[in-house]
Design a protein around this ligand. Sequence first.
Ligand code: RIB
Length: 290
Amino acid sequence: MKVLNFGSLNIDFVYGVTHFVRGGETISSRNMEIFPGGKGLNQSIALAKSGVETWHAGAVGEDGEILLETMKEAGVHAELVSRLPGRTGHAIIQRDPSGQNCILLFGGTNQRNTKMRVDEVLEHFSEGDFLVLQNEINEIGYIMEKAHEKGMTIVLNPSPMDEKIETYPLDYVDYFLLNEVEAEELCGKRETDEELLQAVADRFPESRIVLTLGEKGSVYKDENEMIEQPIFRVPVVDTTAAGDTFTGFFIGGIMQGETPKEAMAHAAKASSIAVSRPGAAPSIPFRREL
Ligand code: RIB
C-alpha cells in the first residue's frame, strides 16, 4: 500500500515581524528566511518521515528544483511532479514573536494541473492506495472522482478553505482532517467543539473525522469511537506546518496499522516537535524522534 499526495509545492518567504502588518500600514521586518513549503510538500514529507511509501504529484516551475531535492532527501518519490515553464507557487509568511503566522499565497504552477496529467499520474495507483489532498491546487474535484473510481482511500484536508470546496464530491472523502474554522465553513457555527464535531459527522456519516483545535488539542470521531488528544506543551518557535505534520503522521500511522488512538498520539507528538523548530518542511521530525 502506498500514498499519493497530489498537492502544492511552495517556496516560503518567511518574515519575522513584531506584529502582522495592518491595512495601510508599512512595517520593516526583523529578518527574512526562505524555506521549502506548501501544504502538499509538507504533508508528503511528514508522510514519508512517518514511514510510509510516499509519492508526490503536482507541478513546479523553473525555480522549483530545490523543492524536488528537499522531497527526495526526505524519502518522497518526486518523479510524478511535472516541471513547467513559469514560476513555482510561493507563500509570503509573516511570523510574529509568539511563533504565530499569517500567509499570503501565490498559486503559480500549483494551479496548472491538467486532467490529462491527473489521468497519467493515477495510472500508477490502485485500489487500497491512499490519496491525500489539500486545497492549494486546481482539478481537485476531478482527482477525487478518478481516485474514487479506482477504489483509493481519499483523505481531504480542506485547507485553505474557499468556495471551491463545496464543488468537490465530498461524500467520497474517507478521512477529513480539518480545523474549527474549516469545520464551521462546512457545517455552520456551533456553540461548542462537541457540537461542531457532531455537525461534521452528521453531514459526512461515512467519513472518519479529525478536528484540530489548536491549543485545545484534537478530536477523532468515527461511527464507533471518539478520541480526545491533548497537545504536548513545548516552547513555540514557529507554528508553520504544525497542521501538515499532524496530517502526515496521523495518516501515515493509520496506513501502518496503528489504531486511531495511537495515530492521534503520534501525530500530536510530531506536530509539537514541528512547532519547536523554525520553518515549514525543515521542522518536520522523523518517526524515530517521537
Ligand atoms: O501549512 C503551511 C504551508 O501553508 C506553508 O508552507 C505555505 O507554503 C502554505 O502553503
